[in-house]
Ligand binder design. Structure first.
Ligand SMILES: [Zn+2]
Length: 118
């Protein structure tokens, strides 16, 4: 459940600002199975965790990357195709500028899974 919450937090932030391509992703970032799904406007908002009020106040999500380390998958939901390259960078472990959400999620997941294995 905690993981799902972290994933949701990652999800909500993905796709909103500029990816920091100058800061390398974690060296041990895993190879994720990437899927891309083109979704309609409201479906994209729903998948990307943005409600109607947020769409009005902040603006719509163009797309997002939903990373799940339990499944080792990165699901991309796209309303506009021109954010595909951006979302693919998230699948490879790149965070937004000033953010470490993906790195933090990976570090947390690793710790939790080490504990499970012992
Ligand atoms: Zn993004």
């Amino acid at each position: 459940m905690k993981r799902a919450v972290i994933a949701a937090a990652v999800l909500a932030l993905a796709g909103c600002t500029v990816v920091n391509e100058h800061r390398a992703p974690p060296a041990d970032w895993p190879q994720l199975e990437v899927t891309v799904e083109e979704t309609g406007f409201w479906e994209t908002q729903e998948k990307c965790g943005r409600n109607v009020a947020e769409v009005i106040l902040i603006g719509p999500m163009l797309g997002c990357a939903y990373i799940n380390f339990d499944e080792m998958r990165c699901r991309i939901y796209l309303w506009l195709n021109n954010v595909l390259a951006h979302e693919l960078l998230h699948c490879r472990g790149y965070d937004h500028y000033g953010s470490s959400d993906l790195r933090d999620y990976w570090e947390t997941w690793k710790k939790e899974n080490q504990n499970v294995q012992r």
